[in-house]
Design a protein around this ligand. Sequence first.
Ligand SMILES: Nc1nc2c(ncn2[C@@H]2O[C@H](COP(=O)(O)OP(=O)(O)OP(=O)(O)O)[C@@H](O)[C@H]2O)c(=O)[nH]1
Ligand SMILES: [Mg+2]
Length: 491
Amino acid sequence: MSRFLRRRSTIGNEDDDPLTKALAPPDHETPAEREARLAALAEAQKRSDAIDEEINRQRLENKKAPKPVRVLLLGQSESGKSTTLKNFQLMNSPKAFRNERASWRAVVQLNVVRSVRLILDTINDAHAQNSPGSVSSRPTTATVENMGPLPVIPPELLKLRMRLLPLQQVEESLLRKMTPAGSAEFEATHLSPVTNLPYRNRGKFKEIAINSTAQWKGAFGRLIATARASIESGQDIDFDDPNDPGVILHACSEDIIQLWNDPTVKKLLKAQRLRLEDMAGFFLDSIERVTALRYVPTDDDILKARLKTLGVSEHRFDLKAAGNMLSHDWRVYDVGGARSLVSAWAPYFDDLDAIIFLAPISGFDEVLLEDRTVNKLEDSILLWKHVVSNPLLKDTQIVLFLNKIDLFKAKLETIRFADYVVSYGQRPNEYEPASNYLRKKFALLYKQHSKTQRIFYCHLTSMTDSSSTRHILVNVKDMVIRQNLAISNLV
Ligand SMILES: Nc1nc2c(ncn2[C@@H]2O[C@H](COP(=O)(O)OP(=O)(O)OP(=O)(O)O)[C@@H](O)[C@H]2O)c(=O)[nH]1
Ligand SMILES: [Mg+2]
């Protein structure tokens, strides 16, 4: 007899057990009463068995269907989180992605208008500085750091600037459409919407940030004629809408091209070290196409279009891993990135399967918009350290994307990497060794700061290039799903 039973038997007689007493037949039970009692007991037993069976069935089912796969996108603002998400959408729900072309058309238009506004503003400032009697003695909005000598603005350029003023209306009408009911906000922390501006005082250039993607996209649903919709050909965009901002944009098309190709503008931008072509939402090299009256954004245009994210959005996909027929409820969280927001992200750290961390390595010579004393690469590295050393994330798989390699490669043609990353020393100023150097730096920090041993997954990415991105995202998806299945004991 086990020790447990022996101990029980010493406590008292089984008849004293209140449960036994309650279930015991009443004294002087008639045969009919006995029959009714036994029938009731049998019925109760049947119900109890059914409940047990249901519990077992649910337990088995829970084992079969793994919990949702939760992936968080992290990285500083403009690192490419939303662009990664767009790639996921393009791969996994292409129809829904393409259904939103009308909305992205508006974002491209907004991006064009903002680039033009930036040039016009630069002309204004240079003109103000070069005007007789108004020069350096007078403080203007153009308090410029490291600015070279500014060219004199010829009268034709001033006239061109006047002709482009109607674009302001386009911007206003696009913004009105996008912000119908508080679905978007201006980002108060940004001094300007674009990277690398050497100005201190650009408050008027606040960037639009979107709170909930669903709401603003809904606003552009109005541009979509539901009848005989053919999304692929763009027939669903109501091109005949007289209020379509595209009409004014189209009318300004030639002037925009002239502005962008103007030699004085080129000198001006160079003197101020403004490289619009490296900036988010750059479409000035495709003006004829994107301002055409019947313009429909291509997949690439959508990936390039820039709209800052505010807050967090959850996006669900139904995914299958290679060699596995099970469908997975996959949830991707896109968190609008700003500096030192690790605390803001922390609520999403619980029960995560993976983090995709984006470090835009082309930022090695740029400073943060929100704090011009901080180099972008340095900020990414600090953020990386925070994330990999975070105890809440010690078991979370982290995948590093060294992003914007296209811009990184282009920059190395003219900029010396070692001028910014001094420890790079005399190594060749080329893509392979420079990107390898960064990969090793990130890997070392990962090893040094991880609380547990984790595999270092790292990819060199260009998120605006959907074809090269596709196989990387498929790899990441398969790895995360395999891991999720392993944890659920299914493989
Ligand atoms: N050239 C180039 N541009 C990229 C790449 N990845 C992203 N971009 C562009 O960079 C800009 C910023 O990307 P987003 O995805 O909006 O950045 P984000 O991390 O979501 O930024 P927040 O929403 O502010 O947190 C967009 O205009 C993208 O098209 C890349 O690999 N190469
Ligand atoms: Mg974003």
